[in-house]
Design a protein around this ligand. Structure first.
Ligand code: F6P
Length: 324
């Protein structure tokens, strides 16, 4: 089986980006180790703090954030970084080639029940400007040069795109290397499986309520087929399932917080997942526009997300179009 670095070389990826992916992979190996130690390392449970999103921070959120931040800054490759767990961007090396955004531990409410979590990352090439501030990060997701995640499950995998499709690498813990186990991930255009937090249905906008109602009517309803539902409550795990066996994932706008476009974060959740899904032949939308075309306004901005099987994403967009 081929090692991550040799696959990237073969793909013609430049050496700085290979080095950066390696640094991300190294930090994630360390996070993986801490996660597997669990209660033995005293890392379960919450801190006393909240992050900038007003969410209670888990101890492992903070540990994972520190590990990634320290290794990325030490590498000298990063001009600045943005993290779910940092209020503001963190400035790195002024000559660094990259801007990196990440969610150090997505789905962290799963930690305490020993269920799947993951690290999501998004990489842009930095420009030459001398001033680095939040606005340096505010570029549409289609400009990402790499995006991926590391999922910590029964096996630990890195799922990565550098713009030549999506490949999966399984961490071989005996040698500490990511080895390619799936060279070409494809998301089928059609599906009979969806992922959504159904308990919020009464709070969604009417197009989403109607779309899901029609799925639930099954073979007797307008869609003429039965649908299955899955929800892990960690985006990284729900998207991973879609990359493995297809499906549709959505976290829509919700009238309880009408001022927020959605729950998920654009820069370090929706954008990297949207690039992976598109690179695997699927689609990613807000219901009304392509996620990768959104011009970001803030690093922590939220967005509604509908992604996965291309024909099903298109169907959701049709419900929104017809009810405008
Ligand atoms: O980052 C937010 C997140 O944990 C996602 O990973 C996940 O998809 C979602 O929230 C779960 O939301 P809920 O708590 O509504 O199931």
């Amino acid at each position: 089986m081929q090692r991550l670095v040799s696959v990237l070389r073969q793909d013609g990826v430049d050496k700085e980006l290979i080095h950066l992916v390696n640094v991300l992979g190294t930090a994630c190996k360390e996070i993986n180790f801490r996660l597997h130690q669990g209660a033995l390392a005293g890392v379960l449970g919450s801190t006393q703090d909240e992050n900038v999103q007003g969410e209670v921070q888990k101890k492992l959120d903070v540990i994972a954030n520190t590990l990634l931040k320290d290794l990325l800054l030490q590498s000298g490759l990063v001009k600045a970084l943005a993290s779910e767990e940092e209020d503001d961007i963190v400035i790195g090396n002024k000559d660094g080639d990259f801007l990196v955004s990440f969610d150090p531990l997505d789905g962290s409410s799963n930690i305490d029940i020993n269920a799947m979590v993951g690290t999501i990352f998004s990489v842009y090439r930095a420009d030459d400007s001398l001033v680095i501030d939040e606005s340096s990060f505010l570029r549409p997701g289609r400009e990402q040069v790499a995006a991926g995640y590391v999922i910590y499950g029964p096996a630990t995998l890195m799922v990565l795109t550098t713009g030549q499709g999506v490949r999966m690498y399984t961490l071989d813990q005996t040698i500490g290397e990511y080895l390619m186990t799936e060279p070409q991930v494809q998301v089928p255009a059609d599906t009979q499986e969806f992922a959504i937090n159904m308990s919020n249905q009464r709070h969604w906008a009417k197009p989403m309520q109607d779309y899901i109602d029609d799925l639930l009517k099954g073979a007797e309803g307008p869609r003429g087929k039965n649908f299955n539902m899955r929800w892990v409550a960690a985006m990284v795990a729900d998207v991973h399932r879609i990359l493995c066996r297809g499906g549709l994932f959505t976290y829509p706008w919700d009238r309880r917080a009408p001022e927020k476009a959605g729950k998920l974060r654009l820069m370090y959740e929706a954008n990297p997942m949207a690039l992976l899904i598109e690179q695997a032949g699927g689609a990613a939308s807000t219901g009304t526009e392509r996620i990768l075309d959104i011009q970001p306004e803030q690093i922590h901005q939220r967005v509604a997300v509908v992604l996965g099987a291309a024909n099903e994403v298109d169907m959701v967009e049709q419900y929104y179009r017809h009810q405008r």
